[in-house]
Design a binder for this molecule. Structure first.
Ligand code: FES
Ligand SMILES: [Fe+2]
Length: 386
């Protein structure tokens, strides 16, 4: 995988790019609920290892359906708890069978004395599951109020709860999460990066061809982040908002109506991230039928290709071009993958030349660093309108 390293920040102490344990941005991101997995990707009674912000954890779903997150290793001999067996809402280590409850207490340790049970426990993290997504809280103390997704959509979008089509999605990308956070406000990229996927003579799904236009944007400063609104197109402007620190909301026309999306860009580590999206299609019955028919064929189309990451890597190596993936259901993603992973910051740190069309990106950087500074100084976060 091609790795794109973060650029050198102007103020290294308040870098948005580094999110490992104990880093300022890492602590900042950990003070918000973060999505960790699509609900459909975690069957009941299974456990799996996950990595978020440079830290490993165990994610499992109890046989009754509740999702749990614990520290990665067993306190006994430290093997991975994700290898273990789920029993009700407890997890039994596969090595020597110690069993830990959903509150982290050791409930059973075969062949050991009773005092051991009192002493041994694993760290557990709060979870919340909604809209088909599992969220966790990795910060200190009590978690903040959960994001008001429906309320936000009613106030700032088109009311996702009334959309005929709702969907979730996820992908992993080999570049720093903050590159993708900023990308949400870089509306100038759409006309070029997504030129192929927006051409209905070549592709079956994608943005409305009308979005292939270069427009200036108005930048709005909100309490919770920055919003970019296309100007000269008041009737149906593309609107994109970043909700600090790492969430976004997008309204963009698709061929069958309007796409509304709430997404989070979450660091796996400082060189890669995953995105989790909750999507609504504001369309009519005919559009819904077309969407569902396409969904039914999508799995076959995806099966023709290697993973999105591998497709992007082949393009970055010069072995393929975007045209080779014209019927790939994830073409929009592959386009963003290559543009973002192709950023050559690894060779020339800090050598970008931001221009007029980057004004929203620039305002976001200033606001991110300013809020990060407030957070480091002790201002509570996570209780705004978002
Ligand atoms: S390592 Fe888990 S029970 Fe021994
Ligand atoms: Fe894009």
């Amino acid at each position: 995988m091609t790795i794109t390293a973060p650029p050198a920040p102007a103020n290294a102490a308040l870098s948005p790019f580094e999110t490992g344990p104990g880093t300022p941005a890492g602590r900042y991101l950990r003070s918000f609920w973060q999505p960790i997995r699509l609900s459909t990707d975690l069957p009941a009674g299974t456990a799996t290892p996950i990595k978020v912000m440079g830290e490993r954890f165990t994610l499992y779903r109890g046989t009754g359906g509740k999702a749990h997150v614990t520290q990665p290793g067993c306190p006994h001999r430290r093997t991975m708890l994700s290898l273990g067996n789920v029993e009700g809402d407890s997890l039994r280590c596969m090595f020597h069978g110690w069993r830990f409850g959903e509150d982290g207490r050791c409930e059973e340790a075969p062949g050991q004395g009773p005092t051991l049970l009192k002493r041994q426990r694993v760290r557990v993290y709060p979870t919340h599951e909604t809209y088909g997504v599992i969220f966790a809280y990795f910060g200190e103390g009590e978690p903040p109020r959960f994001h008001d997704i429906a309320g936000f959509s009613k106030k700032h979008g088109r009311d996702m709860t009334s959309a005929l089509v709702r969907d979730t999605g996820t992908y992993k990308r080999g570049c720093n999460y903050y590159i993708n956070v900023e990308n949400a406000l870089d509306l100038a990229h759409v006309a070029y990066t997504h030129k192929l996927s927006s051409d209905p003579s070549i592709t079956e799904v994608g943005f409305d061809p009308g979005v292939i236009r270069v427009r200036d944007v108005t930048v709005e400063r909100m309490d919770f982040g920055i919003r970019a609104v296309e100007v000269e197109h008041e009737s149906d402007p593309v609107i994109s908002t970043v909700m600090l620190p790492n969430a976004m909301h997008l309204l963009v026309p698709q061929r069958d109506g309007w796409l509304e999306q709430v997404a989070w860009r979450v660091p796996v580590d400082d060189e890669s991230h995953y995105s989790i999206q909750i999507t609504a299609m504001h369309t009519d019955e005919a559009g819904k039928e077309r969407f569902e028919a396409y969904q039914a064929r999508k799995a076959d189309l995806i099966a023709k290709y290697p993973s999105t990451d591998e497709c992007a890597t082949a393009i970055l190596r010069g072995e393929k071009t975007l045209f080779d993936f014209a019927d790939h259901p994830d073409l929009v993603n592959i386009e963003d993958h290559v543009a973002q992973m192709g950023m050559q910051w690894i060779d020339e740190p800090g050598k970008e030349n931001l221009a007029q069309s980057d004004k929203a990106v620039l305002q976001l950087r200033r606001m991110f660093v300013s809020r990060l500074g407030d957070f480091v100084a002790g201002t509570p976060v996570g209780d705004s309108d978002w």
